[in-house]
Design a protein around this ligand. Sequence first.
Ligand SMILES: O=C(O)CCC(=O)C(=O)O
Length: 267
Amino acid sequence: MTLPSNTQLAVSNEFLNDIPALRKRLQEEGYLFFKGILDVHELTGIRTDMLVLASEYGYVKSGVPLEDGIYSGKPFPTSGKFETSPLYRRILDLPRFNAFGGNAVLSLLLSGLLDSEIQEHRRRIGRITFPGSLKNTTPPHQDYFYIKGTPDTYTCWIPAGDCPEELGGLAVMPGTNHLGMLVHEPMQGTGGHGVTHERCKQLGKPWLTADFKAGDLLLFHGHTLHKALDNRTEDRLRVSLEYRFQRKTDVIDPGSMQIHMNGAFEQ
Ligand SMILES: O=C(O)CCC(=O)C(=O)O
């Protein structure tokens, strides 16, 4: 059967009052997707904080509303890697961005799913993805490759603003949480390693994604294969957040207790 290259994530809102059903789906599919369960007002605040900083560095077009996140076209000055930039370093210190890691919806959901006291990782990520920087698109990977500690770590990927497919959301491959660790090879894109596109095709499963809206939450297991989609817009910045959770009693990698890219920033 030929599957379309991207099909839609299954929405799990109908099970929000049924934790056993959510656990079952998460165990089977490796992900859960919820529409509109996070506070858009709080997310808009974080988006604004990030765009204010980006605009200080000249990356946001002036003369149009900041919250539209329109790229100025100013090229990245250094290696082109957002994650080692001074701008990113400053994003990681933003109070509202960090406080969202303790968000009540996330905490209640994750502690219910894991049936445990939870530990949120300090290694939070607030990402801005530039239009046209396709060589930086995050390639297919499993988070355990980078996060280590326990594979039972769950990533919450959250668009800070509407993120239609052309702005480059996130796609997951369902059921890949059952495959254990796949071979990761050096690859172009954020992170620098991934599972080759050829290998992904061989797995014979579809990539699932959505036209994300602010307030949506995509949550997945450390073994679930996922990738970013290209930001194919002409001039729009994609703003997204990542928070990670695990059981308090599970092994944790020391890097998860530090800020992302600790010490690896360019001046
Ligand atoms: O948003 C991205 O580009 C990558 C996100 C990702 O890989 C993750 O949340 O684990």
